[in-house]
Design a protein around this ligand. Structure first.
Ligand SMILES: *Cc1c(COP(=O)(O)O)cnc(C)c1O
Length: 234
């Protein structure tokens, strides 16, 4: 049976191979270990192997793991789930990054609630690159306006863009949606934004995401194993 340690090594090897294939440096792609639904002891184990960045989708779960692992001082929490406005304080107080900003109202609350002793919250704007109506993310046509609004908030720093492409096996379609995010980042850069992050790629598509230009892959099941959601819990 694969241990968390060998699974982590396998994911590092996949990232390295994908970077080599794309003539990119492995150091240009960072690994976010998506730990949602997995216990704090698994996170601590990965921390002991050197993993520092962890992604969570639920504010309450983030807050409780943040408390459990407070002694891991350089552990970096990334919030990657949909955000309800009544949960922004938990996120503002415990996360270093939020990848899922698609509305100004939520960004404004996070900025207001970010404690002054902490560095500004790093932000990725989530873009709906597939155009599916069920998907979160700002429409590409409204991205510039959102970036300009969020850019004025004092306690946030926009670092880049994030997407969750369509759930499809169609590689050409996926590549097209990743390319859309790359183009949008270039357009914002041309408008004067300084962005260093493209948050795209998960367990099943990290190779294609890296070939497309990803700088951060969000990997859950390939490290922790399959997720099971207790009935009615989430
Ligand atoms: C759960 C989740 C992931 C990780 O997905 P895996 O397929 O388990 O790697 C990545 N990004 C987001 C936004 C998620 O919600």
């Amino acid at each position: 049976m694969a241990t968390i340690f060998t699974a982590l090594q396998d994911v590092h090897a996949r990232i390295h191979a994908a970077c080599t294939a794309a003539a990119r440096n492995s150091g240009d792609v960072s690994l976010l270990a998506v730990s949602k639904t997995f216990p704090s002891c698994d996170i601590r184990e990965l921390y002991e192997y050197g993993q520092r960045a962890f992604g969570e989708n639920y504010a309450q779960e983030l807050a409780s793991k943040y408390q459990d692992l407070k002694d891991c001082t350089d552990l970096e929490w990334h919030f990657i789930g949909p955000i309800q406005s009544n949960k922004t304080r938990l996120i503002a107080e415990s996360a270093a990054w939020v990848h899922t900003i698609d509305r100004f109202k939520i960004a404004e609350r996070l900025s207001e609630q970010r404690p002054s002793h902490l560095a500004p919250l790093n932000i990725c704007l989530q873009v709906n690159v597939s155009g599916e109506s069920s998907k979160s993310g700002v429409a590409p046509s409204h991205l510039l306006e959102l970036a300009q609004q969020v850019g004025h908030l004092p306690r946030l720093q926009i670092r880049g863009l994030m997407c969750i492409p369509e759930a499809t096996e169609n590689q050409a379609l996926l590549a097209e949606q990743f390319a859309t995010l790359v183009q949008l980042k270039e357009q914002l850069t041309a408008q004067g934004f300084t962005l260093d992050t493209l948050s795209m790629g998960m367990s099943n598509d990290l190779e294609l995401a890296i070939a497309s230009g990803s700088t951060l892959v969000r990997v859950g099941s390939a490290i922790f194993g399959a997720r099971t959601y207790p009935l009615g819990s989430i």
